[in-house]
Design a protein. Structure first.
Lengths: 224, 313
């Protein structure tokens, strides 16, 4: 456990030094405990792969004492049980205009596009955290065989629902945003809706499976 | 129900309150007024709660009609407001008669002007806040910037609103700065001595490409000393990320909540509201300070903002 001031009002707690389930399990446990039993100085929590950023009210506590309290929470978090992860299935129509980079991914790895799809749908991904934009879940780890560097020039406007890959991560863009991930498909499922509970289709800690669907199914699902 | 009618929206006018901190686990940024101090003071002038919603205007103000009249206050940047051809004094509560038109123009000094209205602007809250988040189209008035013809509902004003004015000495204390005070960023050790010198000894210009998600700095490059791969982590408002090309970007209120670029520094709490007043092409410098100094400045500022006796002239 390592601490670093992120700002005069936020502390970063590092709970591991490499991306993987062991570090993330600690992040999740600490997050859940702080959510369940929030100290009065707590303003916000931002989990990530190996860290949790804790924003505090500097009128109530200082950086040093935040550390002291978080160490106590981390001790308690070791013995708490956390709820079983939900499994979320995301239907995706791969390729063509929905996945303009599918061919490039295939070419770079000397694969057929359908092999890329098979690899992408072959495993269950872990939702490490939501960041970047509301409902944008960072999912890992992508099979090495289809890992891709980001685009050199990010797109100005990625259509919502686009499924992207970058490094050994994959994600669905909830909104039309700029983005540098390689797009291989699109889902008709809306990733974030303020009028739904939970608002985000994927929550931190969930298991996520992608399922290939046809264009007809895409259109059908989109209209529901 | 009383209302406010948008006759012309200005360049970029949104409904904002003090934001929605606390939803990091959903990937939702805190948002809220870019200059929360100006909005808070405006709310106090019209008898509102500090976190009621008002209008945030950017560089060029709009024209607003109050069919039933209202008590309002303009704070932040001076957009040359007029009613019936007469200039409207800023930082003061003003009574607008029914049907009168408040006309604002281009900025005369800083980036954002705030219109607080007694009773507050009423919109359906998203995650407890009225703030507009443009990227996701959530919050505010239909999740978007105001347009001509929009009609906004106003809440019930406080029973008694005494005409008040913010004191000159308070305005002087809170005024915008071009020297932004920063504490060390979590990856400052990834930067070479030269890069740090470039950052702390030079002036940078606020780029035209800046908005509520971030302020891009133009100036000397901090060098492409590859800070290398960094594991994506949470980023606070005011974090100064350095892109691979060596340009600093200050993450702002509608920021992405996580980031993978190394952060050299972080703007301190009391200077965050000042970021909201930086216009494109303003020259800024960064001055290093300590966490302890930043915290005591914050406590002092909050004490001032919570003490009506000191605030009002």
């Amino acid at each position: 456990m390592r601490f670093c001031a992120a700002s005069d009002q936020a502390t970063l707690v590092y709970l591991g030094e490499e991306i993987g389930l062991p570090a993330h399990e600690r992040v999740l446990r600490l997050l859940r405990l702080l959510q369940k039993d929030p100290p009065d100085w707590l303003r916000n929590l931002q989990p990530a792969y190996t860290s949790l950023m804790v924003t505090f009210d500097p009128g109530k506590i200082d950086q040093g004492n935040v550390e002291v309290v978080l160490r106590q929470f981390e001790q308690r978090a070791k013995t708490t049980r956390r709820p079983k992860p939900h499994t979320v299935e995301i239907p995706v129509c791969y390729g063509e205009e929905f996945g303009p980079d599918l061919e490039d991914v295939a070419n770079l790895h000397a694969l057929q596009p359908r092999e890329v799809v098979t690899l992408h749908t072959s495993r269950s991904y872990h939702a490490y955290f939501l960041g970047f934009a509301p409902g944008f879940a960072y999912l890992g780890q992508l099979p090495k065989e289809i890992a891709m560097p980001r685009l050199e020039i990010p797109r100005k406007n990625v259509p919502p629902g686009s499924v992207g890959i970058a490094g050994r991560q994959t994600a669905v863009y909830p909104y039309a945003t700029p983005g540098g991930w390689r797009l291989i498909g699109r889902t008709p499922v809306s990733m974030f809706r303020a009028d739904r509970q939970p608002m985000a289709a994927i929550s931190i800690g969930d298991k996520v499976n992608f399922r290939a669907i046809s264009r007809e199914d895409f259109v059908k699902l989109e209209s529901t | 129900m009383t209302s406010l009618v948008v006759e012309s929206p200005g360049l970029l006018t949104t409904v904002q309150d003090l934001g929605r901190p606390g939803f990091g686990p959903l990937g939702v940024s805190p948002s809220g007024a870019a200059d929360p101090v100006a909005l808070r003071l405006g709310n106090l002038l019209v008898g509102n709660a500090p976190d009621d919603a008002g209008l945030e205007m950017t560089l060029l103000g709009g024209t607003f009609v109050f069919p039933e009249g209202a008590v309002v206050a303009l704070t932040g940047a001076d957009f040359g407001a007029m009613i019936g051809g007469h200039p409207v004094e800023m930082w003061t509560s003003q009574t607008i008669s029914p049907g009168a038109k408040l006309v604002l123009g281009p900025t005369r000094n800083f980036a954002r002007s705030y219109l607080a209205v007694a009773g507050g602007i009423q919109v359906a809250p998203f995650l407890g806040s009225a703030s507009t988040h443009l990227l996701s189209g959530l919050g505010g008035h239909d999740g978007r910037a105001l347009r001509k013809g929009d009609v906004l509902k106003l809440g019930e004003p406080a029973k008694e609103i005494s005409c008040q004015r913010i004191s000159q000495s308070v305005l002087l204390t809170l005024k915008p700065r071009r020297v932004l005070r920063v504490t060390d960023g979590p990856q400052i050790h990834c930067f070479s001595e030269e890069a740090k010198q470039v950052f702390f000894r030079n002036t940078f210009q606020v780029s035209e490409a800046s908005d509520r998600t971030g302020l891009r700095m133009e100036g000397p490059s901090l060098g492409a000393k590859g800070p290398g791969e960094m594991i994506t982590e949470g980023v606070p408002v005011g974090a100064i990320q350095v892109t691979p090309s060596g340009q600093p970007i200050i993450l702002f209120v509608d920021q992405q909540t996580t980031g993978g670029y190394p952060k050299i520094a972080n703007v301190i709490g009391v200077d965050l509201h000042r970021l909201g007043q930086l216009r494109p092409r303003t020259e800024v410098r960064f001055e290093r300070t300590s966490l302890a100094v930043a915290r005591s400045l914050w406590i002092e500022q909050e004490r001032l903002l919570n003490s009506p006796r000191q605030l009002f002239a």
